[in-house]
Design a protein around this ligand. Sequence first.
Ligand code: ZN
Ligand code: ZN
Length: 353
Amino acid sequence: MLSKINALRKILENKNLDGILIYKPENRRYFSGFTGTTGFIIVTKHEAKFITDFRYVSQAKEECKGYDIIEIGRSEPLTNIINELNIENMGVEDEFFTYRHFLELNSNLPNLSIIALEGELTKIRSIKSEEELNYIAKAASLADEAFKYIVDFIKPGACEKDIALELEVYMRKKGATGTSFNFIVASGLRSALPHGVASDKLIEDGEFVTLDYGCIYEGYCSDMTRTVIVGKANEKQKEIYSIVLKAQETALKAVRPGITGKELDEIARDIITNEGYGEYFGHGLGHGVGLEIHELPHINTKGDEPLKPGMVITIEPGIYIPNFGGVRIEDLVVVKENGYHVLSNTSKELMEI
Ligand code: ZN
Ligand code: ZN
């Protein structure tokens, strides 16, 4: 963990801080190796402390290499530790740091300046190591396998929720430790809901079914979407599917270091807009994936940072037409030195089942 502690110390230097406090689970795991559910990291120029309660002390000693493990009571404030470390300017995870923690620190240490880290930690996490890439690839391959398995369950009369459950059980039996989010199984008119979480609806003949799911392997997420047709596709369904596929494949082929998320978004959006469906593509093209299902880099109109090798992103354009249905196609992709590598290997041909 020494290289990760050093990365934190670089932030201290750049932002002129005396200490950094981390407790968002994904950051905590990344920077310390700790897989438990309660614990704080405090890193200063010379100290690296992992603070947890009685339940996790032995685990922290085993997992958090390079850190001094400090035990505190479950509701004991961090005040004394921060005081002993002489921290005056402390960086915090502003998107996670709660008002309760603010009050606790502010009332006990009125001179402590609490400073927003503004995504510095997630920026570091956006570039994956070989080991992380292997975990994500494994999570993606479990999703691919699950797709082959689930095809037989997608038929008239099948319930969306049952399909979601089958997907989950299958991936967990094969080694996934959880799902990366609440699966989307959206059939018929519901497929026009970009986030139509599996419901009690029964699938009918002639409907689109959008499946958006992924699993967690060694803490890392996968994410993939496929849209299929139950029975035979009509002309309009074929048209929409082929536009989304063209947008998806064109944006995918443009993935390389240096391009921005915004530019990728534009490539896909232009294709859909030129075909007359621009107003029905109401979300960003994709997102970064790692310990969190949605993380940096931005792959949408906010994505101004050039992509770098080792980033893992999704490319997932869609067209959603109210009272008709919708199509989304999503692949998980690694940015490589010379372009990209697709981790989702399930076919994107329109599947009529
Ligand atoms: Zn997805
Ligand atoms: Zn996604």
